[in-house]
Write a protein that binds this ligand. Structure first.
Ligand code: SF4
Length: 492
């Protein structure tokens, strides 16, 4: 940081007790000032990644890129930067990182000059065999610029023996496993695709004559575009001056879209796979009230993520909904890496109890999930200190017991409270009067299903069930390496 410059705003430093969506993508083909519209779309997707943002445009002659660390409004605040991103086609990306670290070289879109021309890619998700593929490509002479998983797609396209770019791209996709919603830009057109199970979301919209692809419908709303439909799991859509073509390069499979999009990742004003996120969250709250009722004076949400479920709980139970906790929307923006002392103050800075309301009252406290449990512990303590007589915690998801390998930042398993404790032990840990989670079937009911189909689950719910819908090659390779190291240590 240069003297006199404000610190770079990064991911909210006190939100580290949540699972975090890694990325959001937005692409537009066929409108003047495409990059300005993409910047607005990325702004609407800011909650999906707050550490870095980038846009690559094509103006009919060449490609232009700008990528930077920080929020969208900061990275694209300079008019000169926006003027340079000329053209009627552009793709953009917001990022929170795990795979590959946070360096600028990992900020997307990634771009390469291939034999067939320029190729830019923005990726939401994670290839669960990226390390294996990277090793293979390295041995064949590929030199990587970034340390993330997305660049394998570029090298796989570059080294494919197929002739057309589309066939090379499809060939590349057939080598990767895991979760991906990709938006790619070439001089010929835009390609958008979703992995065969549709783990990560991707929607298609229309703005005048232009086509848009985005991680969430809210990004279409914000730029005034019309929602056309979701990109189907396993579908690849090509948009060019010749029109729109849909391809189905994969064998049909039962989709397994991420269930956590409905619980926390997506904005409540988005529609995910045809369902209003806000409605689903309210229904999860109603299921919680049916499954785990409790006598209380008020239903209080942990703001903001617990609000829709708390409304659902209140409506179902008849207990009044009240704002017993007020959230500051300004805290933390100036911190880059809070030290332990500052982190310790986090909940007090971010949330404050509405003491005059809750004094002597019995509360149902509703949150979307418990990850490490540190925030829940502090919030329960804060409510008690403010005079609450009883605090009954209700969680609008089942216990999070497993890590995600599909582009979501999860702490290692050892740090997930539910991987270490049963519900009674968790309740003791957070010091609530009672604790209950919605059941997995209750969650599926909120999504309009009768229950979870155990033989062929309708969603990816692996962070609750441990039932991963794809192979996890890199993790298996890592486990094997650890086993060999342990054997070596024993022999030595
Ligand atoms: S493991 Fe959890 S967070 Fe990851 S894709 Fe599956 S449901 Fe979503």
């Amino acid at each position: 940081m240069l003297p006199g410059q404000p610190p770079i705003p990064t991911t909210h430093p006190f939100d580290d007790d949540k699972l975090r969506e890694e990325c959001g993508v937005f692409g537009l083909w066929g409108a003047d000032n495409a990059s300005a519209i993409v910047a607005l779309g990325l702004h609407a997707l800011q909650h999906r990644g707050q550490e870095a943002a980038g846009i690559t445009s094509y103006d009919g002659h060449g490609f232009h890129s700008h990528r930077g660390m920080g929020h969208v409004a900061r990275v694209f605040r300079d008019e000169a930067v926006m003027r340079e991103l000329a053209g009627r086609a552009a793709i953009g990306h917001v990022r929170y990182s795990t795979t590959g670290g946070t360096g600028l070289r990992n900020v997307q879109p990634l771009y390469a000059d291939l034999a067939s021309g320029g190729f830019a890619v923005a990726h939401n998700g994670n290839f669960s065999n990226a390390m294996r593929l990277r090793g293979d490509l390295n041995r064949r002479g590929s030199i990587f610029q970034s340390t993330g998983d997305t660049e394998v797609i570029i090298h796989l396209v570059a080294t494919s023996s197929y002739r057309t770019l589309l066939d090379r791209f499809i060939d590349a996709l057939k080598h990767v496993e895991g979760a991906y919603s990709l938006v790619c830009l070439t001089s010929e057109g835009m390609i958008a695709c979703r992995d065969p199970l549709g783990i990560r979301p991707l929607v298609m919209g229309r703005l005048g004559d232009a086509y848009i692809f985005a991680s969430e419908t809210v990004a279409l709303d914000i730029v005034g575009a019309t929602y056309l439909r979701a990109v189907e799991p396993g579908e690849l859509i090509e948009v060019s001056n010749d029109g729109v073509r849909s391809h189905r390069p994969f064998a049909a499979a039962r989709p397994r879209p991420c269930i956590f999009e409905h619980i926390y990742f997506s904005r409540p004003d988005s529609v995910v796979d045809g369902r209003s996120v806000y409605d689903v969250r309210k229904r999860i709250g109603a299921e919680l009230a049916i499954e785990s009722p409790v006598e209380a004076d008020y239903v209080v949400p942990v703001p903001d993520s617990g609000v829709p479920a708390a409304i659902g709980y209140a409506q179902q139970s008849g207990i009044p909904f009240e704002l017993g906790i007020i959230r500051s929307h300004y805290v933390g923006r100036t911190f880059i890496q809070p030290g332990d002392q500052v982190r310790h103050l986090g909940v007090k800075l971010k949330h404050n109890a509405n003491s005059s309301l809750i004094q002597g009252k019995r509360l149902v406290l509703v949150d979307d999930s418990i990850v490490r449990g540190t925030t829940s512990l502090k919030i329960v303590q804060m409510l008690r200190e403010a005079g609450a007589r009883e605090v009954h915690m209700r969680i609008a998801s089942p216990p999070t017991r497993h890590s995600c390998f599909y582009g979501v930042d999860t702490p290692e398993r050892a740090k997930l409270l539910a991987a270490q404790m049963n519900v009674a032990e968790m309740n003791n840990y957070i010091k609530a009067d009672s604790l209950a989670f919605v059941s997995i079937d209750g969650l599926y009911r909120a999504l309009g299903e009768a229950k979870r189909d155990e033989a062929a689950p309708q969603h990816c719910d692996a962070c609750f069930s441990g039932d991963y819908p794809t192979s996890l090659t890199d993790r298996e390779d890592l486990d094997k390496r650890h086993q060999l190291e342990l054997q070596d240590e024993r022999v030595a």
